[in-house]
Design a protein around this ligand. Structure first.
Ligand SMILES: *Cc1c(COP(=O)(O)O)cnc(C)c1O
Length: 368
């Protein structure tokens, strides 16, 4: 049998194009700490994404932890159970308490109508996720944040290059956090970034990601080591030249799935929102009771045929041992997230997915 087909695969530019970057790093002997490529990538990404201030990080999780530190969040943070574990872990790493709120059945994002009832005197922030790159209801969330005086930190790990009405989705909230992990649309092997609204905030984040050093002898905060190195930064610069092509390719695969799987009874394909430019980061479907197989049986069937679909996001974060004791983690509090976690299956989507492999996946899902 052929090599198993993963749910995603990193896009890699031609190796020979990376060699000159490595040569420059070797020549300069400058390996990290805000070198030339780090500076260039911050500027290039800010321009590409259409944001004013961006701070690179060595990964998205450290960026999330630092974003909460930066705003001095205390007490409780309202967040979603339907995400990658790093979202809630970053809250725990700051000694804060996550408060889980159910998701919207259409977007799989925090349901704004459920945020208000979850707010207590201890609440200081909301941490929503633009799940699969679908924008949250940023206007409704900001309205609630303004009324209650809360900060909003978006986990935008899936939302690279996503725009709504022509504006970057990363411009909303107090801070947004990206991940450039190998599995994401744009990657630097490992990496991440915080999008800041102004130069002052960027300055503070820059201190925090470098142990709190403001200059050689002044430490202004208990910072962390969140710096992206020169090899990663250089790779990002090269990768950025190809990212439009990679996203366009993903969107063609997205369109082919929609066509090939339309009308399959029991398979629900979430509809894209209006006025949103998508990035094709994931292709989730819901396997409902009308389908001849359960979600797990379809997952197993695809696996038998060498196709590694993934149950993102199952289990829910709120069902994991370090969270399930929280009052907000009960099944009754999170009925939509529970159902979606039981039904969701993410199908393979990446630039190098061949048309014939995709047809095989479509046939397997159709012909159950
Ligand atoms: C990938 C991801 C992260 C973590 O990013 P890393 O760069 O792997 O640390 C955080 N949140 C979500 C929703 C993610 O998908």
């Amino acid at each position: 049998m052929n090599k198993p087909l993963p749910v995603t695969q990193p896009f890699l530019p031609p190796l020979e194009e990376f060699i000159p970057y490595l040569q420059q790093i070797w020549d300069s002997r400058w390996l990290t700490n805000g070198g030339r490529f780090h500076q260039e990538l911050e500027a290039a990404l800010a321009e590409y994404l259409g944001v004013k201030h961006l701070c690179l990080f060595n990964n998205g999780t450290v960026a999330l932890v630092t974003a909460l530190q930066c705003l001095r969040i205390t007490g409780e943070v309202v967040t979603t159970p339907y995400s990658f574990v790093a979202t809630a872990h970053s809250v725990l790493w700051n000694n804060l308490r996550p408060v889980f709120v159910d998701i919207d059945p259409r977007t799989f994002n925090l349901d704004p109508a459920r945020i208000e009832p979850a707010i207590t005197p201890a609440t200081t922030a909301i941490m929503p996720v633009h799940c699969y790159g679908t924008p949250c209801d940023v206007d409704a969330i900001q309205r609630i944040a303004d009324i209650y005086g809360l900060r909003v930190i978006y986990d935008a790990a899936h939302a690279f290059a996503v725009r709504r009405k022509g504006v970057s989705i990363l411009e909303y909230g107090d801070l947004s956090v990206l991940s450039f992990h190998a599995t994401k649309v744009f990657n630097t092997f490992e990496g991440g970034a915080i999008i800041c609204p102004d130069a002052k905030t960027k300055q503070r984040v820059d201190y925090l990601k470098n142990f709190g050093f403001a200059d050689e002898v002044t430490v202004v905060a208990p910072g962390i080591n969140g710096k992206m190195n020169e090899v990663q930064s250089a790779f990002g610069l090269l990768q950025l030249r190809y990212v439009d092509e990679a996203i366009a390719h993903r969107l063609r695969i997205d369109a082919r799935y929609r066509e090939g799987l339309s009308g399959v009874s029991g398979i629900e394909i979430p509809q894209p929102l209006e006025d949103v430019s998508h990035n094709g980061s994931y292709f989730p479907v819901l396997v409902g009771p009308g389908y001849p197989l359960s979600r797990d049986a379809l997952y197993d069937k695809l696996k038998t045929h060498g196709i590694l679909a993934r149950r993102y996001f199952y289990p829910l974060i709120s069902d994991m041992p370090m969270y399930r004791g929280l009052p907000s983690a009960t099944r009754e509090n999170l009925p939509v997230a529970q159902r979606v976690a039981q039904q969701v299956l993410c199908l393979p989507i990446f630039s190098d997915l061949s048309e014939s492999d995709q047809s095989r996946i479509i046939e397997l899902v159709r012909g159950a």
